[in-house]
Design a protein around this ligand. Structure first.
Ligand SMILES: C[S@@+](CC[C@H](N)C(=O)[O-])C[C@H]1O[C@@H](n2cnc3c(N)ncnc32)[C@H](O)[C@@H]1O
Length: 316
């Protein structure tokens, strides 16, 4: 089978680790083609449109944008399988037979089983979260919006530890345009000493970023302070800072624990810390880190979300 994969981020990394070795991928597709990912060429959607292929697996969360783009390029929707289709209200998959042949029926069923239709809440300010990336984990984004509405009287800065390409940070910056937003990341992936038991796709995908690219997608870049390097060294000098909102998304146990130890004692009353992946079965270190923190500092007040990766909302 002649297979292409749209995306060179975490979705594509997971796919190649779990179901489709990169050696079976003809090429990866990104808006800006060029270079290699996992040893395979990266081509643009326009180049793909000129090729003959059996299956295009969309491993990006930008389902709506990509669906429109492929339609404009005249690509047969019957040859496209959207792995992240469960994040949006519209089911775009027409025929999953080619995907089941390539990835195995079990894998496809597992992806399809998590598909749910979403009811749009009445209170929602839809115009604020829309456009590119808005179909990236709906429940998490709408919870962030609701939380930001409660922060009006809470002082303090915002921060994200674990920024990657800025997918979530961008919404924090949009929803809290007046706040300073600290962005902590190595911007070159995980600390090798800490991330020994992850697949190549997962590890390589997280190296695929840069601080300049992250800044360029921020709606209010003047409010951003990039803290590049390994946390917690990058927090030196911020001991006196206070926070209203923190997103903690580093996937690994020790870094999560360091994040909890630094940020929770510095949260303002009424603030929130969003602990991403708390219920993610693939990243059990996150839950262990919170258990270790609670053993040291006492139980936190928190509500788990039913978003894609099981975020825990810690309320201070
Ligand atoms: C899952 S990604 C973050 C995803 C991001 N929040 C988003 O919206 O797409 C995890 C990130 O944590 C970063 N990271 C992990 N441990 C770190 C540490 N100790 N210091 C700085 N960055 C770290 C990695 O470089 C990686 O970019």
């Amino acid at each position: 089978m002649n297979i292409y994969v749209y995306g060179t981020g975490c979705g594509a990394g997971d796919l190649t680790d779990e179901a489709l070795p990169a050696s079976r991928v003809e090429a990866f597709v990104e808006r800006e083609g060029g270079g290699l990912f996992l040893g395979r060429p990266v081509i643009s959607p326009e180049v793909l449109a000129g090729r003959d292929f059996d299956l295009l697996i969309v491993a990006s969360r930008e389902t709506e944008r990509i669906a429109r783009e492929l339609e404009e390029l005249g690509i047969d929707p019957g040859k496209v399988f959207y792995l992240k289709n469960h994040l949006v209200p519209v089911d775009r998959n027409r025929d999953e037979t080619p995907a089941a042949r390539a990835l195995g029926k079990d894998y496809v069923n597992q992806v399809r089983a998590s598909e749910r239709l979403i009811r749009i809440p009445l209170w929602t300010k839809r115009e604020r979260i829309e456009g590119e990336g808005a179909d990236n984990d709906y429940v998490r984004l709408k919870t962030l919006e609701a939380i930001c509405m409660r922060l009006e009287s809470v002082p303090g800065a915002a921060a994200e530890l674990g920024v990657y390409r800025g997918g979530f940070a961008r919404w924090i910056n949009l929803l809290l345009p007046e706040r300073r937003l600290y962005l902590f990341d190595t911007f070159k992936g995980f600390d090798a000493a800490e991330s020994t038991d992850f697949g190549t796709g997962f590890t390589q995908a997280h190296r695929n970023t840069a601080a300049e690219g992250v800044l360029s997608v921020m709606p209010h870049p003047e409010r951003i302070e990039i803290r590049k390097g390994l946390f917690p060294q990058t927090a030196v000098g911020l001991e006196g800072e206070r926070f209203a909102l923190v997103s903690l998304d580093v996937d690994l146990e020790e870094s999560t624990l360091r994040g909890l130890r630094f940020f929770l004692p510095r949260m303002c009353e009424g603030g929130y810390l969003l602990l991403h992946d708390y219920l993610n079965p693939k990243l059990p270190g996150v839950k262990r880190a919170l258990e270790r923190y609670e053993a040291e500092a006492g139980r936190v007040r928190a509500v788990p979300l039913c978003d894609v990766n099981g975020t825990l909302v810690i309320s201070v």
